[in-house]
Structure formats: C-alpha cells, structure tokens
Design a protein around this ligand. Structure first.
Ligand SMILES: C[S@@+](CC[C@H](N)C(=O)[O-])C[C@H]1O[C@@H](n2cnc3c(N)ncnc32)[C@H](O)[C@@H]1O
Length: 274
C-alpha cells in the first residue's frame, strides 16, 4: 500500500479545506486507504507524484475524482425523522397558509445519493395529494460528489435501503426493477433537480429558499467555515424560512437564525415569509 508523507498529507488537508471546507486533519489513515489503490493502479510513482497532478489539474477531472473518493456520502431514507415530522406538521401547513404564489422553494444541500430530497418529495406528495397540481414544488438537490449525483439522479436503491420506509410508501413510490433493485417512481424523480454546487462558493440561485436542509454536511467543517456558510444560507432564505441541520451538528457561535427546536432554525420575519 502506498504511504502518504506527513508533509504531503498536511498540504492535501489545506487544499481540501480551502476549496471544499472539509477538515481532514487527523484522518490520515482514512485518506491513505481511500486513495492508495488509485495511486497504484494509475501508475503514479508515489503520493507526491499523484498530488502534484491533482494540484496542477486544470480540467477538473482529477479533482472531481479525488472528491468522489474523499467525501463521506453515508445517507439513508427517513434519517432523523423529527425533520420530516416538522416538515409535514409545521412547515407545510404554514407554507400553505402564507405562500400566495404557490411556489415553494426547497434545497437539499449536500444531498449525497438523493435519499433526503426524494424523501422530501414523497412528503410533499403525501401532504398535497391532488392539490399538488396547483403548486410548483420542485426540490433542488446539490452535492460536490459527481458519483453521488450520478447515482442520485437514477434514483435506484437496494431493497435493504428501503427498510425504514413505511410499507405503503414503498408500494406507492418505488418500482421494482428486473434486477431486484428499486427505482423511485418517475413522478417523484421528476420533482427533484440534481446539480453540482460547492457550498464554499457564493449562492447564486435566482430565488430565495423557503427551506434549506443541510444535514450532516457541516459536521466536517470548522467553526469559521460553518459561520460563513450559515450567513450565506441566511441571505438565501426567505423571511420566515427554515434551515434544518443534522441532529448531531453544532451550529456556529454566531448562528444568524433563531432556534425553533433541536436542529430546526428559522429566519425572523415569519408572517411576511412563508
Ligand atoms: C454524510 S452526507 C449527508 C447526506 C444527507 N444530507 C444526509 O444527512 O443523509 C454529506 C454530503 O455532503 C457533501 N459535501 C461535503 N462537502 C461539501 C461541499 N463543500 N459542498 C457540497 N456538498 C458537500 C458530501 O459529498 C456528502 O455527499
């Protein structure tokens, strides 16, 4: 197995943190185990040789490949169900009362394989039923892992990954394929738009969001990075809109949102917003 020197590792830690926010300090063994086969298989002399190609890569291909290997994309359906309860019981009833143009804007930021945004789309379908045709309910789902985004847009999952899904949702929202895998039905898939977006970059989407769900992403960021990201999220949130973060995540010290319940934050100005 190829070994990465301390100097090369520290340079890589700095590069990834600056570009993607992810703090890999103290995770040398993980980095080595995820990259060393690639370094060998591609015929690089050693880690230094490989990393010099990464740093001078202007095509973006080598960096995208590195990100595919270094990101932790763990996710599952019905993760942290309190958020889905809040979404169905608080967020959507409020939105229905106050969102006059019937255009709800929801962003799953750091969506990994798509379980989270598809889950939200299923909740929207459950909540609105036949009324959904009167609403624009598209969900934006973004990530930096192109592998995860590619898999997410196909919406294909193993039977085991559906284990937390209520039986009636499995029957309604998944189609069993010939190979035994399950695909999210077209109606739900067409509600989610997958895009590459690096959360370290400015947020330039045209409209503000009623809800941003960014769960188990900031866990890899330091406080300064979280603080800057939460300010960007805040400016991209409608008055009265929400931010959901992971239950195990600490918000930054200067969190601009008001805490409504654990892992649920709201931008002030509720009555004029959603
Ligand atoms: C552990 S998964 C969380 C997935 C889902 N939100 C959940 O809670 O189940 C974290 C995701 O954040 C993405 N991520 C990490 N840094 C990012 C960044 N700078 N911009 C966008 N996505 C990022 C990773 O690629 C990964 O897919």
């Amino acid at each position: 197995m190829q070994e990465i020197s301390d100097a090369d590792f520290m340079q890589l830690v700095g590069f990834i943190k600056k570009k993607f926010g992810i703090d890999l300090e103290g995770r040398k063994a993980m980095v080595q185990s995820r990259l060393s086969n690639y370094v060998d298989d591609c015929g690089f002399r050693d880690f230094s040789d490989y990393l010099s190609v990464v740093y001078s890569d202007t095509s973006g291909g080598e960096i995208a490949n590195l990100i595919n290997k270094l990101t932790t994309n763990f996710t599952y359906f019905m993760r942290e169900p309190e958020h889905f309860k809040h979404f169905m019981n608080v967020f959507l009833p409020q939105a229905e009362q106050t969102c006059k143009d019937h255009d709800l804007r929801i962003w799953s930021a750091g969506c990994s394989f798509g379980n989270e945004p598809y889950n939200l789309a299923m909740c929207l379908d459950e909540y609105f039923g036949f009324r959904r045709t009167a609403w624009d309910l598209k969900i934006l789902a973004t990530d930096i892992s192109l592998n995860a985004l590619r898999a997410a847009s196909k919406g294909v999952f193993t039977e085991a990954s559906l284990e937390n899904m209520p039986e009636s949702w499995r029957a309604k929202y998944f189609v069993k394929m010939n190979n035994g895998l399950y695909q999210v039905c077209e109606r739900i898939r067409s509600n989610v738009i997958f895009k590459y977006h690096n959360l370290m970059e400015p947020i330039t989407f045209k409209k503000q969001f009623d809800l941003i769900m960014c769960r188990n992403v900031m866990i890899y960021f330091d406080d300064k990075t979280k603080s800057e990201l939460c300010k960007r999220f805040y400016n991209a949130t409608e008055d009265g809109g929400y931010l959901y973060i992971g239950a195990a995540e600490c918000p930054p010290d200067d969190m601009p949102y008001i805490k409504e319940q654990p892992a649920v934050y709201r931008k002030s100005g509720g009555e004029s917003g959603i």
